[in-house]
Design a protein around this ligand. Structure first.
Ligand code: ACM
Length: 521
């Protein structure tokens, strides 16, 4: 029997049906099979719960061992149990079993089946990416204390039943702006851990802008040396850059969590830091002053100079060589200092360079004006509900990732009282971030052209990890659900999000306690 998820949740979490303005926090409800974010496709509760004990083993074939390792790492700190990973569990031993094999075309490369019985959790998928997604679900089915970093005394039960799950969209992204404020590799890793819980599978890093340049490029070493010097963050706060070794380490770390890194070098605008480092990249050859304010739209590469294209090709070649993922993002937004004709000239030469180095070009939706963008992916960041230029490009083959600034930008304030963030696109409370559909948001772009959704986090007002977390959570969870789930139900999401609060607390995540949510605990 298939139970519609909304009906199931109404039964499972009756407290959420009657929110009251001044109600005390609801007591922690038992974790149910339906309390997962993003909402799974099918949830069939029933049968006895599984109890994780000191004697539980994790069974995985050699090919699934790294996923098993991630699961063991997730469960050991709070339980204090050894949870050995074995190729074959002894009979009658309580087991969490991870197996890949043909489990149905419907599940694709990222779907999974999870069966919870008295003595066994049975997780199956077509691929390790699917197993990893299932592991994230399993973590949410354990009590919230499972996310504590030191041993807790609990009955570690998983509610009985079955889940079948697979994503709506192939691209479920987050973006972190490294340029306006540099976030260290450890901070990026923590963010990767936090977003991977919600089955996000792309992390876009905005690596260069007017203020700073944040990635080592060997053929143009002053980019990082000068553009990543101390004081190159907004207001002169911070600085830094990723060495190639650090970038490659991040790529691996993300890949171990089934996240693909998408690097962005923004051009032909947003290039002041590059021009400070290399004045030949300006038309008059004079270095502009370094900038640490937050203005936009004043810098442009010199479209008529050949050195521009040597620079661009060198950067694209080096970036492509250290990026195994399919996409290379070349910005293209807010090029107000480039004439429209120059913009087209530039994109005509640069978009094919991305293909020359084996990558799919990806840019902000302005690139859709260029005929060469027909094989590219355009990231829609506008506020409108239609875009004729993008729609025309889509008819020629351009694919779209949806990041409307007034819905999906994590750097916008929640409300006028929010202490950090910007507000030029409007305030984005949790419900605003949740209540839209990436497939139908643009009336002139068909859902079939939408690869997915991404939640960008710009860093003008960010200084530390706690700032990242405060703006990202809970809204990132809302956007992740839009990317993964076919069902869309604010009351259901609101209930599940309220129940998720103790998990963020256990992880030490500085999330925003929106008054729209009845937070548990
Ligand atoms: C953007 O927010 N300028 C893409």
């Amino acid at each position: 029997m298939r139970v519609p998820l909304a009906a199931l949740l109404a039964l499972a979490l009756p407290l959420t049906a009657a929110p009251a303005a001044a109600a005390p926090s609801p007591a922690a409800p038992a974790t149910t099979l339906g309390s997962v974010i993003p909402a799974p496709v099918e949830v069939r509760p029933g049968g006895p719960a599984f109890r994780l004990t000191k004697g539980t083993v994790i069974e995985a074939a050699a090919t699934a061992r790294t996923v098993a390792q991630r699961l063991a790492e997730a469960l050991r700190p709070a339980t204090g149990y050894p949870l050995p990973i074995v190729a074959r569990a002894p009979r009658f031993t309580p087991v969490i079993s991870l197996a890949t094999g043909a489990v149905g075309a419907r599940l694709g490369g990222e779907g999974y089946r999870l069966g919870v019985r008295a003595n066994e959790v049975d997780l199956r998928a077509n691929s390790n990416a699917g197993l990893f997604a299932g592991v994230q679900t399993l973590r949410q089915l354990l009590p919230a204390a499972i996310d504590a970093s030191t041993p807790r005394q609990r009955r570690w039960t998983v509610p009985g039943g079955d889940i079948v799950d697979y994503p709506r969209f192939a691209y479920r992204g987050a973006m972190l702006d490294e340029a306006r404020h540099f976030h260290s590799p450890d901070e990026i890793k923590r963010y990767i851990d936090e977003i991977s819980r919600f089955k996000v599978n792309y992390l876009h890093l905005h690596l260069a802008d007017d203020q700073g340049w944040r990635i080592q490029i060997d053929s143009w070493p002053r980019l990082a040396q000068v553009g990543g010097a101390p004081g190159t963050g907004v207001d002169g706060v911070g600085g830094g850059y990723l060495t190639k070794a650090q970038y490659r380490d991040l790529v691996r770390y993300a890949a171990d969590r089934y996240i693909t890194i998408v690097p962005e070098i923004d051009m032909p605008g947003h290039v002041n830091a590059a021009q400070v480092a290399y004045p030949e990249l300006t038309c008059d050859g004079v270095a502009p002053p370094p900038r640490t304010d937050t203005d936009v739209g004043y810098s442009s590469l010199c479209i008529g100079k050949e050195v521009t294209y040597r620079f661009v090709e060198d950067v694209i070649r080096e970036l492509a060589a250290m990026t195994p993922g399919p996409y290379l993002h070349i910005g293209g937004d807010e090029a107000q200092a480039t004439t429209p004709a120059d913009y087209l000239t530039f994109e005509k030469r640069v978009l094919p360079l991305v293909a020359k180095y084996g990558k799919t070009a990806y840019g902000w939706n302005e690139i859709a004006a260029a005929p060469a963008a027909r094989k590219a992916v355009a990231q829609y960041w506008g506020l409108d509900t239609s875009n004729a230029t993008l729609a025309a490009a889509v008819r020629q083959g351009t694919r779209v990732v949806m990041s409307p600034a007034n819905l999906a930008y994590l750097d916008q304030k929640y409300n006028p009282q929010t202490p950090i963030g910007l507000d030029w696109a409007g305030y984005i409370e949790v419900r605003t971030a949740y209540d839209w559909d990436p497939g139908t948001r643009l009336s002139d772009v068909p859902a079939a052209a939408v690869l997915g959704v991404e939640a960008p986090l710009w860093s003008e007002t960010l200084r530390k990890m706690a700032d990242i977390e405060f703006l990202a959570f809970p809204r990132l969870a809302a956007i992740a659900e839009l990317g993964w789930s076919r069902s869309h139900d604010w009351n259901s999401f609101r209930s599940r999000l309220g129940a998720y609060g103790p998990r963020w607390d256990a992880q030490g995540v500085n999330f925003y306690r929106s008054t729209q949510i009845d937070w548990v605990g």
